[in-house]
Design a binder for this molecule. Structure first.
Ligand code: ADP
Ligand code: MG
Length: 276
């Protein structure tokens, strides 16, 4: 039996290009749990995802992150991936010259370690089966990574990677953006099939819609680079019905965004904040 994964983020602070974006964020995710982070644009959600994966542009200036008592912040990005952290990116990169299959096989074998590599036959069989589940055209196996993929195809490909890599902690950053309703259903089914006691999820989303398909156990609202409210699935429903304004009013927040330039900060509050 493997130990249930536990990711503990405690008071995390991070800057990008000298601006503080994460301002003391705390959150614990255990295996078997699905946490959703919701929030308007520009509140630091993607910064959290990038910081957890160790993107070099994001400098941690305070707090701690541990995965099963190991210090994540001490690890390089590839070590984090090997330890079981996975990020499905909001804007996946295109890599010309590396096929989807080559990329995935290298990633899987790096995670499994030397001497424990997946055979080519097994790998291909698994990849074919998962692509079928995700209703992906088999030719995508040999296409260059994300090159010329539509937005929806990139998102399915991120989920394919997640399914193949079997991570311990999965971070999905706006996996729903760019997906039509059928693709959203397929992606959500892929995620739901991966739910287990051995895996925890952090689902970052702007829209409540995704959470109709992937039922979260906990919902957190992010504003100004920190979590300002947490609750159960009912919180997401209230946000869908009432938008974010009531939270801002309740907490006296005028501008929910973070890292804005001085001038932007002084601009009148956006009164047409999106209602979901
Ligand atoms: P969200 O995902 O909630 O929309 P982000 O984390 O993408 O928010 O961005 C929050 C703020 O952090 C942005 O307004 C921007 O000022 C800053 N920021 C994030 N990433 C970068 C970056 N790579 N370079 C410069 N600024 C960044
Ligand atoms: Mg984002």
């Amino acid at each position: 039996m493997t130990k249930r994964p536990q990711l503990i983020i405690d008071g995390l602070k991070a800057t990008v290009e000298g601006k503080e974006i994460l301002k003391g964020l705390s959150l614990s995710i255990n295996g078997g749990e699905v946490h959703a982070i919701m929030g308007p644009n520009g509140t630091g959600k993607s910064t959290l995802a990038s910081t957890l994966m160790g993107h070099p542009k994001y400098e941690v200036t305070g707090g701690s992150v541990s995965l099963n008592d190991e210090d994540v912040l001490e690890m390089a990005t590839d070590e984090r991936a090997r330890a079981g952290l996975f990020l499905a990116m909001q804007y996946p990169s295109e890599i010309t010259g590396v096929t989807n299959a080559d990329f995935l096989r290298s990633a899987i074998n790096a995670r499994r370690g030397e001497g424990n590599e997946l055979s080519l036959i097994k790998f291909i069989r698994q990849m074919e089966a998962k692509m079928k589940d995700l209703e992906m055209n088999p030719e995508f196996m040999h296409r260059y990574l994300n090159e010329g993929f539509s937005g929806g195809e990139k998102k399915r490909n991120e989920i394919l990677q997640m399914m193949m890599l079997e991570p311990k902690i999965v971070i999905l950053d706006e996996i729903d953006s760019g997906l039509d309703i059928d693709a959203l259903r397929i992606v959500a089914e892929g995620v739901n099939a991966m739910r287990s006691e051995d895996r925890g999820f952090l689902i970052i989303t702007h829209y409540q819609r995704l959470l109709n398909y992937i039922k979260p156990d906990f919902v957190h609202v992010m504003m100004q680079g920190r979590i300002v409210k947490s609750g159960g699935p009912e919180l997401a429903e209230r946000l869908e019905n009432e938008g974010y304004d009531w939270i801002k009013e309740e907490l006296g927040i005028v501008d929910e965004r973070v890292g804005q330039d001085e001038e932007e900060f002084k601009m009148p509050m956006n009164t047409t904040a999106p209602k979901f």
